[in-house]
Design a protein around this ligand. Structure first.
Ligand code: GLU
Length: 292
């Protein structure tokens, strides 16, 4: 895998240099071993020259994007954004993190309020109608979180009884995926804008479980002092992508090149170890980017 990817990167580099020599644009991602050499008019050149990168991310998800007392978020998504900024030539203090809950991820890109969205953002065809995705850079899976003493819920089938309530967030894939296990969606599914509100509802007993991706729930479990636990195993696959404005293929290619370089040079695993890896000691399986 590693050597294949390296060859691909070298190949892409050769094409990039050839395109640059001809003044070409097209699929020219234009990144040369950390030194940036971007095509005129590209999003990459614009961002590099501005010295700023606006990143939509989560502010309430331990391990992926959790805001700190200094107002800045920390987590794996934050570290992934830093890797991209570095390859763009944008300094770390030029990154502006903008809180982006699940429900507004498409609109912040469409309205040009952010340059990229790195926010536990599952790639799927419905979303691709409005935005494009680089990646995936991580494969999560949906599961359930319950109070630690709950023994009734061991998987999504527990909701087929029509009585138990589950919480998720608006415009999230888990909210859609769980519906097929419910008898009465209006009664059994509680939706908020942010996962912290679901955790609060679990705490107060208004719902029996929270459902979303395993890595998000792992962060809440770790922060709970053993009050909550995961129930069952993952029952979906959630490939996380980096959202970009629809149609900007050069920028998407550049981010894909950046991810592959980070997979190869160890910066991806380092990013994991200092963030979500603190809750989940296993190194992630390195995904294959999808250059659709
Ligand atoms: N990965 C899922 C999604 O993109 C759930 C996590 C989230 O809401 O950010 O919908």
């Amino acid at each position: 895998m590693r050597s294949t990817r390296s060859i691909a990167v070298v190949g892409a580099l050769a094409l990039t240099l050839a395109a640059a020599a001809c003044g070409g644009s097209g699929d020219d991602a234009g990144s040369v071993d950390g030194e940036t050499n971007f095509a005129a008019g590209s999003t990459m050149l614009k961002l590099k020259e501005s010295g700023r990168l606006r990143v939509g991310t989560k502010f309430d998800q331990p391990g992926f994007g959790l805001v700190q007392p200094n107002g800045k978020p920390e987590g794996f998504d934050v570290e992934i954004a830093k890797i991209i900024a570095e390859r763009l030539g944008v300094p770390e203090d030029g990154i502006e993190f903008i809180e982006t809950p699940s429900t507004i991820r498409e609109e912040v890109l469409e309205q040009n309020r952010v340059d990229i969205v790195v926010a536990t953002y599952t790639i799927n065809d419905k979303r691709k109608q409005r935005v494009d995705f680089a990646g995936p850079y991580y494969i999560a899976g949906q599961t359930l979180m319950v109070k630690a003493d709950n023994t009734d819920i061991t998987g999504p089938d527990a909701f087929k009884d029509g009585t138990k309530k589950v919480c998720s967030v608006k415009n999230s894939t888990p909210a859609t995926n769980i519906e097929k296990y419910l008898q009465d969606t209006a009664k059994q599914l509680v939706l908020f804008d942010e996962y912290q509100s679901c955790v609060n509802s679990l705490k107060s007993g208004k719902v029996d479980a929270v459902t979303t991706d395993n890595v998000i729930l792992t962060g809440f479990v770790a922060a709970s002092n053993d009050k909550y636990a995961l129930a069952g195993t993952a029952f979906t696959e959630e490939p996380y992508g980096i959202g970009v404005k629809k149609g900007d293929k050069d920028f998407r290619n550049f981010i894909n090149d950046s991810l592959e370089a980070a997979f190869d040079d160890g910066s991806y695993i380092r990013a994991w170890k200092i963030s979500a890896g603190e809750y989940d000691g296993r190194d992630p399986r390195i995904p294959t980017v999808d250059r659709y």
